[in-house]
Design a protein around this ligand. Structure first.
Ligand code: 5AD
Ligand code: SF4
Length: 428
């Protein structure tokens, strides 16, 4: 039997898709890239913004038209969690709905027509996650599920439920298994990774994120550890110092800012101020001068004034992020800000997004120029027609002639050119 799966959204969703492919593999499904050949079509959805959610129903319609007679369609993930049975009503061609917190139930749910499994209290945390045999030198590893933060714009606590950490012995076993299968780099996933260890669903020795990083770095086959996303609020000095000194922890980090204005951060319930954010960045850059920093920024949050936006631009100037993910605020049902009346006009939000992104482009050009002549240790992730591609520990993406090197090799690469912010190198 053949399985087609489409994955939207974040790395967490990608991992959930891998998990479902792994589970379904055990009951006889093999993946296909052709939906018209599939016996089962899964759409793993994201609901963090409104647009992809709107697109879902036209997509279901497309799949319903081309699918094999008798093939099933399942809607999974975050939109499944918060819309539940409404999806079955709106789209009768859908056979089942499986929420983001319930992915481990996939093998059972495919047998029940019109089933809806969206239980937010479902505990996946002690479940031994099915993994595919890793096909690459990189792998994703979930370390916690859910989120307790309740930022006033965010739907995730309603789609992924309360935050629970996955027991450390399970994680160490899984990481060891991955390393033995040839994985060199793992990306630890969670909504607030550096809050790891605050709640487990069963009795568990006291641990925190730093302990986990320390233990994982003892696995000899694993060469690199990355993680996403940490929360700025939990970036204490102990964490930053461990980040700086553990040689296996890559020196690139995502630190979601969301806004540079104290008034907006307060309205968003982020729990930190711009001063705290900048203080953490200063500390980090002092400890790790070459650190790569990425961030998320929302423009047009309800009540945002031009002055608030200037405060965000000011942080962009001070931090000079290496990667910026920026979004226009999208009102999401079930979130506190959904009903607020002080919405920012669409044109104003679009103009701000445009300004933010074009200023960031300029910064990236300057940063790329400053890279010329630098040498990075790069892990080769792929090679096509003799050209290798890989990242430095601090997150720079480089392409270069592979020579005799292969995928999974670490090579020293000198930056020799840049084009539109992307870097070309030569093996040094
Ligand atoms: N509108 C726009 N962007 C959002 N994000 C989360 N919720 C919303 C929303 N309602 C962004 C945040 C988050 C990233 C994953 O998506 O910046 O960090
Ligand atoms: Fe990921 Fe959030 Fe989208 Fe869910 S809503 S897929 S957690 S980004």
């Amino acid at each position: 039997m053949k399985l087609y799966i489409e994955t939207m959204g974040c790395a967490m969703n990608s991992r959930d898709s891998e998990h479902m492919v792994g589970e379904l593999g055990k009951v006889g499904y093999t993946p296909t890239s052709e939906p018209s050949e599939a016996d089962l079509i899964l759409i793993n959805t994201c609901s963090v913004r409104e647009k992809p959610e709107r697109k879902l129903f036209s997509e279901i319609g497309q799949f319903a038209k081309i699918k094999k007679p008798g093939a099933k369609i399942g809607v999974c993930g975050c939109t499944a969690s918060h819309m539940g049975a409404e999806i079955l009503k709106k789209a009768p061609s859908v056979n089942f709905v499986l929420g983001a917190r319930n992915v481990s139930k996939i093998s059972q749910i495919i047998k029940q027509d019109k089933a809806v499994a969206i239980d937010l209290d479902h505990d996946d945390s002690t479940y031994v996650f099915a993994s595919q045999a890793p096909s690459s030198i990189k792998a994703l590893l979930n370390i916690s599920i859910g989120c307790d933060k309740h930022c006033t714009y965010c739907i995730v606590p309603h789609t992924r439920g309360k935050e629970i950490s996955i027991p450390m012995d399970l994680l160490l076993k899984e990481a060891d298994k991955l390393a033995q299968a040839g994985v060199k780099e793992i990306l630890l996933l969670g909504q607030n990774v550096n809050n790891y260890g605050v709640r487990f669903s069963t009795a568990h020795p006291k641990v925190n994120f730093t302990t986990l990083l320390e233990k994982l770095s003892q696995i000899s086959g694993l060469k690199r550890i990355r993680f996403t996303s940490p929360h700025p609020l939990h970036m204490d000095n102990v964490f930053l110092e461990h980040f700086a000194t553990n040689p296996k922890v890559c020196k690139s980090i995502h630190i979601p800012l969301q806004s540079g204005s104290n008034a907006i951060l307060k309205a968003m319930k982020r729990g930190y101020s711009r001063e705290w954010y900048l203080d953490r960045i200063t500390r980090l850059k002092t400890l790790v001068p070459e650190v790569g920093i990425s961030t998320d920024i929302i423009v047009g949050f309800p009540g945002e004034t031009p002055k608030d936006f200037e405060d965000t631009l000011d942080i962009l100037e001070q931090v000079r992020f290496d990667t910026l993910y920026s979004f226009i605020y999208s009102p999401r049902p079930l979130t506190p800000s959904y009903t607020w009346e002080n919405k920012v006009p669409k044109e104003e939000a679009s103009a701000h997004l445009e300004r933010l992104q074009s200023r960031h482009k300029e910064i990236l050009e300057q940063k790329a120029r400053a890279e010329l002549g630098k040498t990075h240790e790069v892990l080769i992730e792929k090679i096509a027609e003799g050209v290798a591609e890989g990242r430095s520990g601090n997150g720079r993406l480089l392409s270069f002639e592979a020579g005799g090197a292969g995928v999974g090799d670490f090579v020293a690469v000198k930056v020799v050119a840049h084009h539109k912010g992307s870097l070309k190198g030569r093996i040094a």
